[in-house]
Design a protein around this ligand. Structure first.
Ligand SMILES: [Zn+2]
Length: 227
């Protein structure tokens, strides 16, 4: 299993490697270095080119993309209904980009498509880092704050709690991120339940082995399309 990551910083990438490994229960081969975007909407703008590059130029199986929700609409169970799409939800948008891009690509390197892993960190990845350490930090708390107009914490608060500053140096950021995700390495279920949008990423990852086998079969047996 070869996995590529598209994230916003080397610290996010280092932490995501641990979380991907935690969910898969095994260490995949990571494409190194990962792909970098400068926040939203840059992630969504770069994603089609990254998917096409991985599909045609590499034999990468899966691509994991993680973005912060910031103040945007949080993806909820309502958005999971078939054919539902929320135009201001970053999870809905990134999934749509995967769908639209993959639909146009012919099979390559023995597979139909690069498999999807999309995660939405609500409101920022530091909230995931605090999971299991600070019980007040959950996706539900953030959504309740959006509904009432009273934020339970700001993104800067989260940074202070994780890094002890809102402007960490990169080495300090990486050190703190890795220290915090260590809690989830053995068992990511707390993170999945406190942060359902991490749970959806984990759900994507758990379908990879199944979808990859399915793709391999259909690739072998699919009739050749006319040239
Ligand atoms: Zn959504």
């Amino acid at each position: 299993m070869k996995v590529a990551l598209l994230s916003e910083s080397p610290a996010d990438e280092a932490a995501m490697r641990v979380l991907v490994e935690a969910v898969l229960g095994a260490r995949p081969r990571f494409i190194s270095p990962g792909f970098r975007a400068r926040g939203w909407p840059n992630v969504a703008q770069l994603l089609p080119a990254v998917i096409r590059h991985l599909h045609f130029q590499t034999d990468t199986d899966s691509l994991v993309v993680v973005v912060d929700s910031d103040d945007s609409v949080v993806h909820t169970a309502e958005h999971e209904r078939p054919d539902y799409f929320h135009p201001h939800c970053r999870m809905c948008e990134l999934r749509a980009v995967f769908r639209r891009t993959a639909k146009k690509l012919p099979p390559a390197h023995g597979r139909q498509r690069v498999l999807r892993g999309v995660g939405l960190a609500v409101p920022a990845v530091e909230a995931w880092y605090l999971c299991g350490r600070d019980v007040t930090v959950t996706e539900a708390a953030w959504i309740a704050g959006q509904a009432s107009g009273r934020q339970p914490y700001s993104r800067a608060d989260l940074k202070w709690r994780v890094y002890g500053t809102d402007r960490p140096s990169l080495p300090h950021e990486i050190r703190c991120a890795l220290h915090e995700v260590e809690r989830h390495r053995r068992d990511p279920r707390r993170l999945e339940s406190d942060f359902p949008n991490f749970g959806l990423l984990a759900q994507d990852m758990r379908t990879w082995a199944r979808d990859r086998n399915h793709d391999e079969k259909s690739f072998v047996t699919a009739p050749r399309s006319p040239a």
